[in-house]
Design a protein around this ligand. Structure first.
Ligand code: GTP
Ligand code: ZN
Length: 379
């Protein structure tokens, strides 16, 4: 967190006692437009958000400037975990006048219909969660006959690093793989160097306290992973009760929808917050930073000692990366995964317009100026 700045808040925006528990800080308070009140988005529905208040959840519409900004760039849409500035409307309802600056955001690309190699053709991104401290990458230790998908873990951990949060890999359903766990933990550790890896089981409860350990104070975690990974089950285990319906429960109620539909922010009774998300199918990189380099730090190090600085690691003489593959030190799968994600990251990085707009969306200043022009807020 940057150095908190003391601000003078008028009587129109009193800070309710529950806000710090939701993660409200002096640094955020310093960005709150005059005449507005802060709240944290717990859920997003088409064109409206649900915010957490001292007395429960409240729906709020988006003010015109927010709608316009989102039409130009979906990244500007308020998202679960966002802090928003609300203005009271005459009819007693409240409206989202601005999205406050995000200190972290999990943004995925590749969500548009026009795609090239499965990547977003128009460079638009989608914010999956905002203001998270920890990004839990949930991957089943075992799913049917398959073991955890290391490539999917590498991709999601790269996305997590680029969010500004700290990735943590959680291997779920550990009870389904009693004998093979130590080897799998070692393999996952090698696929995500420098990242904590935990095995959890909702059946035995094992590993859940370790995950809860990340959620002290007002820390916020988001759980990402494929459908059926056990994300909602994990959120319930963390909350110590059925706050999110799981696939099992949804199947039992016979309503036909077995997966989580909304991203939702859950306040944990013992402190901390966790965001449950629907299963992810395709996740493109978007806000490309050094996430891929971090996930493949070991391969980057090897590549630094290739004979040619521009080695493509495809067969040049003196290639240290291929030598490591041949000696068995580096799995070929990991080399392919690295090359693939590097290509994708390079392609996204050429979309400079994306980076510029992304930065704008992070900065609330432009939206604030627009709101003043539109008379949504005074001063
Ligand atoms: N054996 C075992 N089954 C589990 C465990 N965790 C979850 N499951 C089961 O796996 C299924 C999927 O769990 P969910 O929590 O609904 O999965 P999800 O990741 O939230 O799925 P989506 O909502 O579709 O994204 C359910 O039938 C759970 O009972 C576990 O630790 N062990
Ligand atoms: Zn090489």
């Amino acid at each position: 967190m940057t150095a908190p700045r003391q601000t003078q808040l008028g009587p129109s925006h009193p800070i309710r006692p529950d806000l710090p528990a939701l993660g409200w800080t002096d640094a955020l308070a310093a960005t709150l437009p005059p005449g507005t009140e802060p709240d944290r988005v717990s859920r997003v529905d088409r064109g409206a958000v649900e915010v957490l208040t001292a007395t429960g959840a409240e729906h709020a519409r988006l003010a015109a400037p927010v709608r316009r900004a989102a039409a130009a760039d979906p990244v500007a849409l308020p998202c679960v975990g966002d802090w928003v500035a609300l203005v009271a409307l005459p009819e007693g309802r409240r409206e989202v006048a601005a999205v406050l600056p995000r200190r972290s955001a999990v943004v995925r690309g590749g969500v548009s219909r026009t795609s090239r190699e499965g990547l977003s053709g128009d460079g638009q991104g989608q914010v999956l969660a905002a203001n998270v401290d920890v990004v839990v990458v949930a991957e089943p230790a075992r799913h049917a006959d398959d073991l955890a998908d290391l490539g999917r873990i590498e991709r999601l951990v790269a996305l997590a690093w680029d969010s500004g949060g700290t990735p943590v890999v959680v291997l779920t359903k550990a009870d389904l793989l009693p004998g093979g766990l130590p080897q799998l933990l070692a393999d996952v550790g090698a696929a995500a160097p420098g990242v904590d890896v935990h095995a959890v089981s909702a059946v035995t409860g094992g590993g859940v306290p370790a995950v809860r350990g990340y959620l002290t104070g007002s820390a916020t975690a988001v759980v990402l992973g494929p459908s059926g990974a056990g994300k909602s089950t994990l959120v319930n285990a963390l909350a110590g009760g059925e706050v999110m319906p799981t696939q099992q429960v949804r199947a039992a109620d016979g309503r036909g929808r077995h997966t989580t539909v909304h991203r939702e922010l859950v306040v944990l009774p013992g402190g901390g917050l966790v965001i449950d998300t629907p299963g992810l199918r395709r996740v493109g990189l978007f806000d490309v930073g050094d996430g891929v380099d971090k996930v493949f730090a070991d391969v980057e190090e090897l590549a630094a000692s290739c004979r040619f600085a521009d080695c493509s690691h495809r067969g040049e003489p003196g290639c240290a990366v291929l030598a490591a593959v041949e000696s068995g030190e580096l799995p070929r799968r990991r080399l392919e995964s690295w090359l693939h994600l590097q290509r994708e990251a390079a392609w996204m990085a050429t979309r400079s317009d994306v980076r510029v707009r992304r930065k704008q969306a992070r900065q609330w200043g432009s939206m604030h100026r627009q709101m003043r022009r539109d008379g949504v807020i005074r001063r």
